[in-house]
Design a protein around this ligand. Structure first.
Ligand code: BEZ
Length: 212
C-alpha cells in the first residue's frame, strides 16, 4: 500500500552498522529521520552522510534520531565509513541499515524501477513520536539533499503540533507564524496569542512565535 503523510510508518527489523534494529522499538518516543541513499562509495552520498553526522547535535536538540539506509550490506557500509570520516572530517554517529535483501526499501517504496531496478533513490521520511509519517521527499540520485531544510521542517512540525499556527513561505525558527483562520473569537485570540497579531487579510494573520 502506498505510504502517505499520516500513514503509520511500517515497522521492520533489519541489520545495521550498530546491530539489528527493531524500528518502532528503536525509535521509541523520538522523532526519526529515515533516509535512503543510492549506493556506498559514491561521491554525493559520501558528502550527505558526512554532513548529517555534523548536524546530529541539532537533531538531538529536536529529540530526533537519524537512520540511513542503502541496499549495500553492513560490511560494505563499515568499509565506506572510514572514507566518509576521512573526507568529510567527522565521525559517523548514527546507524546505516544494510538492506541487501531490500526489505525496508520495498516497504518504504525507495526503489523507483523507472530510474533503476535495484538502487534506492534519495528518499527522506520524517516520522513523529507516534510513528506517523509527517513528511516524504524524494530527490534524484544526482542531487545531494539540503538537510538544513529537514531541520526547518522539524521546527515547523514541532511548533505547529503544539500551537494553533502554521508557518509561512521560507519560515525559519524565531520568525512570525500564521494564526489558524478557524480562530476568530477575540477572547480566544487574546488568550492564545497574547503578543498580538498583524492582520493583512481576515485569513492571513501573523503573530510572533508563541514559544519565543
Ligand atoms: C552519488 O552519490 O554520487 C551517486 C550515487 C548513485 C548515482 C549517482 C550519484
Amino acid at each position: 500500500m502506498a505510504l502517505h503523510i499520516g500513514s503509520l510508518a511500517p515497522d521492520f527489523t533489519q541489520d545495521s552498522t550498530e546491530g539489528p534494529i527493531e524500528f518502532h522499538k528503536w525509535a521509541g518516543n523520538h522523532w526519526v529521520i529515515l533516509f535512503s541513499h543510492p549506493k556506498d562509495f559514491t561521491p554525493v552520498c559520501t558528502t550527505e552522510l558526512g554532513y548529517l553526522a555534523k548536524l546530529k547535535g541539532e537533531f538531538e536538540k529536536r529529540h530526533t534520531k537519524i537512520l540511513a539506509l542503502s541496499v549495500d550490506d553492513v560490511a560494505s557500509h563499515k568499509r565506506w565509513t572510514s572514507d566518509i570520516e576521512e573526507t568529510q572530517k567527522t565521525k559517523l554517529n548514527y546507524p546505516i541499515l544494510g538492506d541487501a535483501d531490500r526489505k525496508v526499501s520495498k516497504l518504504y517504496d525507495m526503489i523507483h524501477p523507472e530510474w533503476n531496478d535495484t538502487l534506492t533513490v534519495r528518499s527522506v521520511f520524517v516520522i513523529d513520536p507516534n510513528h506517523k509519517i509527517r513528511l516524504i521527499i524524494t530527490y534524484p540520485a544526482s542531487t545531494g539533499r539540503n538537510f538544513d531544510e529537514i531541520l526547518r521542517v522539524l521546527d515547523s512540525l514541532q511548533l505547529t503540533d503544539k500551537f494553533s499556527v502554521s508557518t509561512p513561505v521560507n519560515w525559519k525558527h524565531g520568525e512570525e507564524v500564521v494564526i489558524a483562520p478557524s480562530i476568530t473569537d477575540p477572547k480566544v485570540l487574546k488568550e492564545k496569542f497574547p503578543k498580538g497579531y498583524r492582520e493583512l487579510k481576515p485569513y492571513l494573520r501573523l503573530t510572533p512565535p508563541p514559544n519565543g
